[in-house]
Design a protein around this ligand. Structure first.
Ligand code: PMP
Length: 365
């Protein structure tokens, strides 16, 4: 079985073929259970083994330090936007936010319902960069400093974590670069992401929470967003995303068997290098507005002909005809966006680059 089209969608996104094949082979009957995972109690021995193994693999593949708990939650990245201030305000009234694109902006707007927001620099639209860390105005009494490690819409990535005030935990949204590169947990309090881009299916959100930050939730925090409840109940306070957790387990096995996150990172760097090289060597036919130092390895946004919408539509049509889908830029920014998550191979990226070369040769005026 193969996915016949090349999927450059931003999420839900491509899942490795080996994972899909394994899941298909176990779909009707899982192991000796006599039923499908879809039909299985979340408190059964089979599922308990699956969720434990998923946590173990996650810890191993991501080198998660022992002082972090792994919580399997629901509500998406968006649920965490609210969960964070509700869980870790710890009596403080303000939180620092670095606004570098749509997703950190949404996070701040949601958090503002529960805590005062302080922006560490004035956001500059259109989003094309990250202001230098040394210029950030951080509050020493902030409950946390929030950043989005990879802005999916704008293709802006933090290649090193920002500098935090020693007493202020960093909170990182890694929804769109989860396990695409080694992660430095230093100074972090919460690292979270949905699994629908790099780790499997939609419906599961992973929150890695430092132990000392668990148990401080506000009275109004719903139980399903409470790190304390989730942790006390081994992530089965209520019915979790049973199938989503299983798929994430398979993706983690695929990462392990493929040589781990270092290997993935090397391939991801190569894939993004191919993309940015063709963009930068096209003398403006293709253009990526993002400052080079902050360009994403996962989401590559670009314009064609300086933002010629008719030409971009022709490009997308030709891509579809070649079996390449999911390349339309986010509706808020237009243009093209190639999402080259972990499951997208070097060869698939090369196929896109070949098409871009061909398209340029045929359409350059
Ligand atoms: N953060 C980032 C970086 C995202 O890309 C997304 C979704 N595309 C979200 C948060 C929101 O995630 P969800 O749709 O799972 O709520």
């Amino acid at each position: 079985m193969t996915n016949k089209k090349i999927n450059f969608g931003a999420g839900p996104a491509k899942i490795p073929e080996a994972v899909m094949e394994k899941a298909a082979s176990e779909f009707l009957v899982y192991g000796n259970s006599g039923i499908s995972i879809l039909e299985m109690s979340h408190r059964s021995a089979d599922f308990t083994a699956i969720i434990k193994e998923t946590e173990k693999l996650m810890r191993e593949e991501m080198s998660i330090p022992n002082e972090f708990e792994v919580l399997f939650m629901q509500g998406g990245g968006t649920g965490q936007f609210a969960a964070i201030p509700m869980n870790i305000a710890r009596g403080k009234t303000v939180a620092d936010y670095a606004i570098t694109g749509t997703w950190s902006d949404k996070a701040a707007k949601e958090a503002e319902k529960y805590i005062d927001i302080h922006k560490v620099f004035a956001p500059t639209k259109p989003y094309t960069s990250i202001s230098s860390y040394s210029s950030w105005e951080k509050k020493s009494d902030a409950a946390y400093l929030y950043y989005c490690a990879n802005e999916t819409v704008h293709g802006i990535e933090f290649h090193t974590p920002p500098e935090a005030h020693p007493d202020v935990p960093l909170v990182a949204d890694i929804s769109s670069n989860f396990l695409s590169r080694p992660f430095d947990f230093t100074n972090h309090g919460i690292v979270f992401g949905g699994t629908q881009k790099n780790l499997g299916a939609a419906g599961l959100t992973v929150a890695l929470v430092r132990k000392d930050l668990i148990g401080h939730e506000a009275r109004h925090c719903p139980s399903i967003l409470s790190y304390k409840e989730m942790h006390a109940n081994n992530s089965v306070y209520n019915t979790p995303s049973v199938y989503g957790i299983y798929i994430t387990k398979l993706v983690l096995e695929w990462i392990r068997d493929g040589g781990g996150v270092d290997k993935l990172f090397a391939t991801n760097q190569e894939k993004s290098r191919l993309m940015y090289d063709i963009i930068d060597s096209s003398a403006g036919f293709f253009s990526c507005p993002v400052e080079k130092a902050h360009r994403s390895h996962m989401n590559v946004p670009f314009r064609i002909g300086g933002g010629d919408e008719a030409l971009e539509a022709t490009f997308l049509k030709g891509a579809t005809e070649r079996g390449m889908i999911g390349l339309k830029g986010h509706r808020s920014v237009g243009g093209i966006r190639a999402s080259i998550y972990n499951a997208v191979t070097l060869d698939e990226t090369r196929a896109l680059v070949d098409y871009m070369n061909e398209f340029e040769a045929a359409n350059r005026k």
